[in-house]
Write a protein that binds this ligand. Structure first.
Ligand SMILES: Cc1cc2nc3c(=O)[nH]c(=O)nc-3n(C[C@H](O)[C@H](O)[C@H](O)COP(=O)(O)O)c2cc1C
Length: 305
């Protein structure tokens, strides 16, 4: 059973992924937040996918594109960096992307998905996976795309069982997930709302044929979760916090080296702690999120140790 750390734009950059791998571990594979082509690739994204920054971890670059023209230059970059694997984003629900025909919007346009898959196929050395939702508007769309994907060689398909229109709200549609699992000939990875060993066990016992699970926000909230799932036993909250503090030290040092000015560093560290509310004392959490200077931030962190 594979355990994947989901891509999370603004959170799981290479600094975080490398630090998580070194300090906590338990993950079979990380994914870069989506790379997009807007007349070029942002230098930040180039660094995130570069060989030199991803030496120690198993990382799959993820791409988002509306069509072949946007996809091809992204694949060129990925292949120039020596990556043999790529993940296609058919799940992003953010209007900034769906409005441009990318992410989950493609699920309503299977002919575009086919065009994209043909470009993937033309890259002989590339091993492809897909991350998708149950549809953009409804599950009939997702099912159609799953059937279409059966025509291509894929490593696996990750399914987040919501439709794009739901964004991250509302119930997951386990019925739709189950139908997609039956229709697909590819290994399937379940993604969404997994926050404890118990929940992971439940989904795996309900769908024993799963190739793996992918965890996003639950992994930000409790970075030890993957290790706990792997070992089949939990660690104490104290130990989880101790490892979080080690992880934050690496992320913090990198932020101080790479970002300009205190406010950028503080913004990065707010994102680091944002999902970890359950692990941290309430008052200290407030101090971390509201720190107006590095001095205040450091003091708040020290009080957690
Ligand atoms: C802030 C944020 C950023 C995200 N960025 C990406 C992304 O770059 N690529 C992607 O495929 N999914 C992205 N997602 C979706 C997650 O990978 C995941 O599918 C979703 O959060 C559901 O899983 P979870 O409940 O385990 O977090 C993002 C989600 C959030 C909340």
């Amino acid at each position: 059973m594979k355990l994947f750390f989901a891509p999370l734009q603004g959170y799981t950059d290479y600094v975080f992924r490398n630090a998580h791998h070194a300090v906590v571990g338990g993950v079979d594979g990380y994914f870069t937040p989506f790379l997009r082509w807007d007349g070029g690739l942002r230098s930040k994204d180039r660094r995130d996918v570069s060989r030199e920054n991803n030496n120690d971890t198993s990382v799959v670059p993820q791409v988002i594109a509306a069509n072949r023209d946007e996809l091809a230059p992204l694949l060129d970059v990925v292949q120039e960096e020596g990556c043999r694997r790529v993940d296609l984003n058919l799940g992003c629900p953010f209007p900034l992307q769906t409005g441009r025909g990318r992410g989950s919007a493609l699920l309503a346009r299977p002919e575009q998905v086919r065009e994209i898959m043909e470009e993937m196929k033309s890259r002989a050395d590339l091993c492809v996976s897909v991350k998708m939702r149950c549809g953009f508007n409804d599950k009939a769309e997702g099912l159609e795309v799953v059937e279409l994907l059966n025509d291509y060689d894929l490593e696996f398909v990750t399914i987040h069982p919501r439709v794009g229109k739901q964004q991250y709200k509302g119930a997951v549609d386990m019925e739709a997930f189950s139908e997609m699992l039956c229709v697909s000939r590819h290994p399937i990875v379940y993604n969404s709302d997994l926050t404890s060993v118990e929940e992971v066990k439940n989904v795996v016992s309900r769908f024993p044929q799963l190739y793996g699970v992918m965890i996003g926000r639950g992994g930000l909230a409790r970075p030890t979760l993957f290790r706990e799932c792997r070992d089949g036993i939990g660690v104490s909250d104290g130990e989880a916090l101790r490892l979080s503090l080690e992880l934050q030290r690496v992320v913090y040092d990198a932020a101080c080296r790479m970002l300009q000015g205190e406010s950028q560093v503080l913004a990065r560290m707010r994102a680091f702690w944002e999902y970890q509310k359950p692990l941290v004392d309430k008052k200290v959490y407030k101090r971390l999120m509201k720190a107006g200077s590095l001095r205040n931030y450091d003091e708040a962190v020290r009080s957690l140790a």
